[in-house]
Design a protein. Structure first.
Length: 398
């Protein structure tokens, strides 16, 4: 088989890249180890930045987001028993966020790629990239029936998530440096059949630990609270979960609405940035190149921002035979990656209870939160980063 771009991974980065390339008349093949059902049924949170929503509309994927997404014009910071609203309309006129689950984004992308005749190979195994340091890379794999296949391509995109194998193709030490941080806390997440507890997301700082009150739909809610990284789902029966959420959030102007819990998970907190994000004909995007703590709701948005840049660079390569944008891919996207890392770290360190925390440490956090909500500059800094800094230019279809 031959194609122009071989894409490994059918997550937000891989599927959006394939779609953007299609709009430029560039062929691609997407290889995914999971089945289509697994990809579309893996439930993950989704808070879309303004620029992500704008891009979805620009490239013909905005109808369902418009119909089903929940647009939020602010968030609430809750501490010392009181809530304080960060008003996006006041601080970032015309910009907001939209709550729309990641698996819905993937459903939309898969449906559109297949409607457009896109080539997505689900259930593949033993994927290996060869000669990626040349201008004639090849990808070998076993298809879903176990048959050996070989895909010749001009460029390879590693979009295979946080457990990426393509990242390892960039020689460590001599070329690649991984910047990594493991955080000393985790999130316990639940999906519950319950009415919304708030019209907007609540980020709560409490002496017992952090809590996030989110939503999925008018009937299903998504909540998180801080736990020890070594904690287990089994140690948290439903009554204990609701009791903990009430203790951390309830108070002046807020009350958690209980319901039947249908899912429980524990999310570890890690940050990673791989530099460079390219080597030869191989280009990394999304979680394959970087991961962020979920506090800032940035993972999927950062993946979309990567491939927005990468698709434009690949278009210049194929349409004009120019490599300048491709060669500059890492330098172009890294500033946004590190700004996002800082914002996610800042939100995490300001809102979570740290190990060995003293009364001084908690009082310092409260003082920082007070400084933000009392300062227009502080509120604006948080709001601008939360709704997302605009992408440069627009994506023009060929």
């Amino acid at each position: 088989m031959k194609t122009q771009v071989g894409i490994i991974g059918a997550g937000p980065a891989g599927l959006m890249l394939s779609h953007l390339l299609h709009l430029k008349g560039i062929e691609s093949v997407v290889l995914e180890s999971r089945t289509r059902e697994d990809v579309e049924s893996t439930v993950r949170a989704g808070v879309l930045e303004q620029n992500t929503v704008d891009l979805l509309h620009d490239v013909g994927l905005g109808a369902r987001v418009q119909a089903e997404g929940l647009q939020h014009h602010g968030i609430e910071l809750r501490f010392a028993g009181r809530g304080h609203r960060i008003d996006f309309d006041e601080l970032t006129p015309g910009r907001s966020v939209t709550v729309y689950p990641q698996h819905n984004v993937l459903e939309d992308l898969i449906a559109r790629r297949l409607t457009d005749g896109g080539d997505i190979r689900f259930g593949v195994t033993e994927v290996a990239v060869h000669a990626h340091d040349t201008d004639a890379p090849r990808i070998s794999f076993l298809d879903e029936d176990g048959n050996a296949q070989s895909l010749m391509c001009s460029l390879v995109a590693g979009c295979d998530g946080s457990s990426s194998r393509t990242r390892g193709l960039i020689p460590e030490t001599s070329v690649r440096t991984d910047y990594f941080r493991q955080y000393p806390f985790a999130w316990f997440g639940i999906l519950a059949e319950a009415p919304p507890s708030s019209e907007e997301l609540i980020y709560a700082n409490h002496p017992r630990g952090f809590a996030l009150i989110s939503t999925r739909s008018p009937l299903v809610q998504r909540h998180y609270f801080q736990v020890d990284p070594d904690d287990s789902v089994e140690s948290w029966p439903d009554d204990r979960i609701w009791s903990e959420l009430h203790a951390r959030v309830d108070g002046d102007g807020a009350e958690i609405q209980d319901g039947r819990i249908v899912s429980k998970t524990i999310l570890q907190f890690r940050s990673l940035v791989c530099e460079p994000m390219q080597y030869g004909s191989l280009f990394l995007a999304g979680d394959a190149a970087h991961t962020v703590p979920p506090t800032g709701a940035k993972g999927m948005n950062l993946a979309i921002a990567d491939v927005y840049v990468l698709a434009k660079a690949m278009d210049e390569y194929f349409s004009k035979n120019q490599r300048a944008a491709l060669d500059g891919y890492t330098a172009t996207v890294l500033p946004r990656v590190w700004r996002t890392q800082h914002f996610s770290w800042w939100m995490s360190s300001m809102l979570h209870k740290l190990p060995e925390e003293t009364g001084f440490d908690h009082k310092r956090q409260v003082a920082e939160l007070e400084m933000i909500i009392r300062s227009v500059a502080g509120r604006t800094l948080l709001a601008e980063n939360y709704v997302g800094m605009p992408l440069e230019g627009t994506f023009h279809r060929s």
